[in-house]
Ligand binder design. Structure first.
Ligand code: PD2
Ligand code: ZN
Length: 142
């Protein structure tokens, strides 16, 4: 489900502003928020959030705002067991806790797609998992 980033809702507006301040990326470079929900057993297979410029569909996506340089995720609840966000190559595992944000670059400082940004969501073992994801681009995305 998508939550519009351009809205009169003060909570979302403040969130967009704070994310922009923290990442130092302009508000208008952000996509709408994606609301993700996982029930017990649900997972997100490891993937890249960047668009692959060597594929036709990647090139099409890159036309709007350029590359997704930063992923900003916020957990909306604490998962009882499992559901960690995992970075298999970087060997990092983050437990979902209410209000915690996970922020990472999908590109290197040189602007190349970063293979170390490979990440996924481990299966939820007990409870449920809710989060929002906001991607920030090189250029204006609106
Ligand atoms: O739910 C997660 O932990 C997760 C993992 C990988 C979310 C995303 N990717 C995403 O929203 O891109
Ligand atoms: Zn992802």
């Amino acid at each position: 489900m998508t939550l519009p980033a351009i809205t009169n809702d003060t909570i979302i507006r403040n969130l967009v502003k704070r994310i922009s301040q923290q990442t130092q990326i302009r508000e208008e470079n952000g996509e709408d928020f994606q609301l993700l929900y996982y029930d017990v057993g649900a997972e997100y297979q490891p993937h890249f959030d960047y668009f692959d410029p060597s594929t036709p569909s990647g090139l099409v996506h890159l036309e709007r705002g350029g590359q997704r340089i930063v992923t900003f995720m916020i957990y909306l609840n604490t998962v009882t067991e499992g559901g960690e966000t995992i970075f298999p190559r970087a060997k990092i595992k983050i437990s979902p806790e209410k209000g915690k944000a996970v922020v990472f670059y999908n590109v290197t400082p040189q602007g190349e797609e970063d293979p170390m940004s490979f990440h996924g969501g481990a299966p939820v073992l007990q409870g449920e998992k809710w989060l929002i994801t906001h991607w920030l681009h090189e250029r204006e995305f609106y």
